[in-house]
Design a protein around this ligand. Structure first.
Ligand SMILES: O=C(O)CCC(=O)C(=O)O
Ligand SMILES: [Fe+2]
Length: 171
């Protein structure tokens, strides 16, 4: 759907062929009343193309809006949260926003989350359909796992765009 809406459907098949998935089950303990730190996961953007999250009925995911405000995502039971990551941001030449998010624990119950991340093997090119005079090229071709390794190496701050730091075009 996304590829089609950008007129980039001819790239879809090769994209799907090079997609691989990582499934991560996560357990968050209920906050300890004696310790003020109730952070489950610090502020970050995902290094994936897409992240699909499924949680038990304990909320905790917070997403930062473009205006800087934070909202708690109220996830209805039996539903999924789909989030775009840094790789999608770079692929889309900056059109798709990789939202910063974090997990903040409240209450007295454990939280469980199943996170499915999609990554691409090999070199990901920015489709030519997404580059024109109104949208000059913002990102160079990149290696999605290289982007993840770059982030894990600590080369970039958790709170800044890893995509821009890793493969952003500097003018
Ligand atoms: O637990 C969640 O809802 C989000 C987890 C997360 O952001 C991550 O693993 O990257
Ligand atoms: Fe995340």
């Amino acid at each position: 759907m996304v590829f089609e809406s950008y007129g980039a459907q001819k790239h879809y098949e090769s994209h799907v062929e090079s997609t691989t998935y990582l499934l991560r089950p996560i357990k968050y303990s209920a906050p300890d009343k004696n310790i003020s730190n109730n952070i489950g996961t610090n502020i970050h953007t995902d290094k994936s193309f897409l992240s699909i999250l499924h949680q038990n009925e304990v909320d905790g995911l917070e997403v930062q809006l473009k205006n800087g405000d934070w909202i708690t995502v109220d996830v209805p039971p039996a539903s999924f949260v789909v989030m775009s990551g840094d790789a999608y941001q770079a692929w889309s030449n900056g059109r798709i926003h990789a939202a910063k998010h974090r997990v903040v624990m409240k209450g007295d119950r454990e939280r469980y989350c199943l996170a499915l991340f999609s990554f691409n093997h090999g070199t990901t090119n920015i489709p030519e359909e997404l580059v024109d005079s109104d949208h000059p090229l913002q990102f160079s071709p990149f290696d999605n796992f290289g982007l993840a390794r770059f982030y894990l190496s600590g080369a970039t701050q958790m709170t800044e765009s890893s995509a821009k730091a890793y493969c952003g075009v500097t003018s």
